[in-house]
Design a protein. Structure first.
Length: 228
């Protein structure tokens, strides 16, 4: 990381297969930034996030994410980049056959945590942050959709990420629960300095939590958009 910079893209073209989705993208995200990402279906929001988390290769322009050079990112470094990023999707993607605790432990084992005490401590710590410490032993189907999304956020926080990338995190939630989830992400960015990018179609929630807006439109990423 250079100074406070967490994401820096310059002149990046984003491709899906051979199809150019976004061209000449410049994007800077600093520590603690809270950014809305909007744009019509198919405009390239998910593709932009995929460039950042190394799911799409950066083949033109330059880009850095959490200290990694995206243009020269060997396959073996992708898991290390992903540890510095918390990823939150619309469909909660919890393992349905395990408790909340086991879901979190699963990720910790996969990302190199070994010490049992530290694992238990960190599990409680992140559940505390999302207000779900008491749900440790519950199965995903025993908690609400909003609570499941909180667990996903807790899971994203396990490795103390520099940034959370959230792709339609409230897409399956009712308006009140959506507000709670965004409020939680906002608190995390303010209290912990974690940068947050949220892709959404929900203009109501953007108006409720006004912040910087970027937009994918006609193959470009526009900065400082106003939604009126
Ligand atoms: N795996 C893929 N292979 C080929 N083309 C793809 C793939 N994924 C997405 N695309 C295409 O890339 C373009 C951008 O898609 P992307 O998913 O980034 O849009 P989006 O803005 O996130 O849309 P949505 O709001 O529906 O999630 C679309 O034209 C889409 O059809």
């Amino acid at each position: 990381m250079i100074g406070n910079s967490i994401i820096k893209l310059n002149g990046v073209d984003v491709f899906q297969q051979k199809h150019l989705v976004l061209s000449n993208v410049d994007l800077h995200i600093d520590k603690g930034d809270f950014v809305w990402l909007i744009g019509q279906t198919g405009s390239g929001k998910s593709s932009l996030l995929k460039i950042i988390y190394g799911d799409l290769a950066l083949t033109s322009g330059s880009g850095h994410a959490c200290g990694y050079d995206l243009a020269k990112l060997p396959e073996r470094d992708i898991p290390f980049l992903r540890r510095k990023l918390g990823i939150v999707f619309q469909d909660f993607q919890l393992l349905t056959d395990r408790t909340i605790e086991q879901n979190l432990h699963f990720v910790m084992h996969a990302t190199g945590w070994k010490d049992k005490n530290l694992i238990n401590e960190r599990t409680l710590d992140v559940l505390e942050k999302v207000g779900l410490r008491s749900k440790l032993k519950k199965m995903p189907h025993e908690i609400s959709g909003g609570e499941q999304q909180r667990v996903v956020i807790a899971r994203a926080l396990l490795n103390d990420p520099e940034i959370i990338l959230a792709d339609e995190p409230t897409g399956n939630l009712d308006p009140d629960t959506s507000e709670e989830i965004v409020m939680l992400l906002k608190q995390i960015s303010q209290q912990m300095g974690t940068a947050v990018i949220i892709a959404t179609h929900d203009y109501h929630i953007i108006r409720t939590f006004p912040s910087r807006i970027i937009k994918c439109e006609n193959g470009r990423v526009l900065e400082d958009v106003e939604i009126g």
